[in-house]
Design a protein around this ligand. Sequence first.
Ligand SMILES: [Zn+2]
Length: 144
Amino acid sequence: MSKRRASPNSHIMSERFHRPFLPSMLRGARGACPACGEGRMFWAYLKVEANCQACGCDLARYPADDGPAYFTILLVGHLVIVPVLCLPIIWQTPAKYVIPATLIPLAVLTLLALPRVKGAFIGLLYALNVRDTDAKLHTADALD
Ligand SMILES: [Zn+2]
C-alpha cells in the first residue's frame, strides 16, 4: 500500500479551489471585491482600491495591466463592429452621418464596458492567484 505524498504545490492548488472562477469574475464585473462581493473594487472610474473595505483583500496586488483594454476591444470589436459592418445601411449612407452615428455609441459602449471587463479580469486574476510579485514570469518584461 503506497502512501500518497502531497506535491510541493499542493498548498497552491488547495488555495485555488477556494477561489472559484465564475463567482470571482462576476463579483469583479459588478465592481465588487472578488473575494467577498461586499466591498467596492474601484474608488474612481478605473482606479482599484488598495484594499477591500469589507474583507481587507489586497486588491492592488493583481496586475491587470493592458488585459482589460485588450478584452474590451475584443468584445466590442467582435460583438458590435463586425455585425454593424454587415448591415447594408452602413455602406449606403453618407459618411457624414454614419461616422458620428456609429463612433459615438461605440465610444459610450466601450467606456461602459471597460470597468466591468477590468473588474472581471481582476476577479480572474484573484481566482488564479496571480500577484504582482509574479511579474518576473512575464515574458514581455524579460528584455527590460
Ligand atoms: Zn472583500
